[in-house]
Design a binder for this molecule. Structure first.
Ligand code: SF4
Ligand code: ZN
Ligand code: ZN
Length: 307
């Protein structure tokens, strides 16, 4: 429960940041979130003065908050540019509302946007793939196709970087999931900034990685961001849901657990990062995208979809 007064200005508190033991009024909370976002961008050297950022905007709270914060920051980088890229996966009763909200937010903030769809890029929607019962969950296909679609859209608008709205909770869950999938090296290969030393993929940045999900929800609410809150009908990633509940319980009992997990991953990266061997990349024989194999992951999946 929030303490009665703000620790900074003595106004009425609306939020208690438990792991730091400080309370915030509405204004001080918004400033604190914006300050943390700026510090993350600086700490990880996420932006160059002349970057053209493709912001992956889904219409959810994270991506719309990210867009707003980047627009605010862009004022300090007069030679930089922002373009929103949206992906229509073709999910009835879910994606169209999100795309509308994303469109309205872009119009309000004066940000250009490009919408690409699975239908035009891959010839099938997530709804259609879900009906095919291909063995893996719809999310497995949808996640791989989304990554490819965002890369494609970013290339189409001539971006130099891609920004995504992954928050602290997403990142902490992914660290644990990688351990549970038996792939600890993936923790070392990922992080708040993904730069391919081979230069084959556009760099990806996650400027919200130090902001807990509940703070993003509150920030969106306090700043009047309208976001989609309906869950995707196909989203039943059982293991991630269990990891999410576990981490939320840990956070409740031991405030700061999610941050500690992320800092542990950072230490691993700092000590092991340079020893990681990256596989050589070739052009996928089907689509030309970089891949260590003959076919990229998306093309392998597309073959299953077409079969
Ligand atoms: Fe795609 Fe799964 Fe996300 Fe739905 S929950 S949009 S199917 S990845
Ligand atoms: Zn205050
Ligand atoms: Zn391919």
């Amino acid at each position: 429960m929030a303490a009665a007064t703000c620790s900074y200005c003595s106004g009425q508190a609306v939020y208690l940041r438990e792991h730091e033991g400080v309370s915030f009024c509405s204004g001080c909370f918004r400033e604190a979130v914006e300050e943390r976002f700026r510090k993350t961008v600086i700490k990880y050297h996420m932006l160059e003065f002349d970057d053209h950022i493709a912001v992956a905007v889904s219409g959810g709270k994270d991506s719309l908050t990210l867009l707003r914060l980047l627009v605010k920051l862009e004022g300090r980088f007069p030679r930089s540019r922002l373009t929103a890229v949206c992906v229509d996966e073709g999910i009835e009763g879910y994606r169209s509302e999100a795309l509308e909200l994303a469109g309205a937010a872009c119009a309000k903030l004066g940000v250009k946007r490009l919408v690409v769809s699975y239908r035009e890029l891959f010839g099938a929607t997530t709804d259609e793939i879900a009906k095919m019962k291909l063995g893996q969950t719809p999310c497995s296909y949808c996640g791989v196709f989304r990554r490819k679609a965002i890369n494609k859209a970013a290339e189409m608008v001539g971006a130099t970087k891609i920004a995504t709205g992954h928050n602290l909770d997403d990142e902490a869950q992914t660290v644990l999931l990688n351990m549970m999938h038996g792939d600890p090296l993936r923790i070392v290969r990922s992080g708040p900034v993904l730069k391919d030393p081979r230069g084959k993929f556009l760099p990806r940045i996650k400027p919200l990685c130090d902001i807990p999900e509940k703070e993003i929800v509150l920030y969106a609410y306090l700043t009047g961001i309208e976001f989609q809150s309906v869950a995707c009908p196909h989203g039943h990633e059982a293991l991630r849901n269990d990891v999410r509940s576990f981490l939320n319980q840990m956070e409740l009992k031991h405030p700061g657990s999610k941050f500690t997990l992320l800092r542990s991953a950072e230490k691993l990266r700092a000590s092991m990062g340079r020893d990681i061997q990256l596989s050589e990349l070739h052009a996928c024989v089907k689509c030309g995208d970089p891949t260590p194999h003959e076919l990229c992951e998306a093309c392998v999946m597309l073959e299953a979809v077409a079969a």
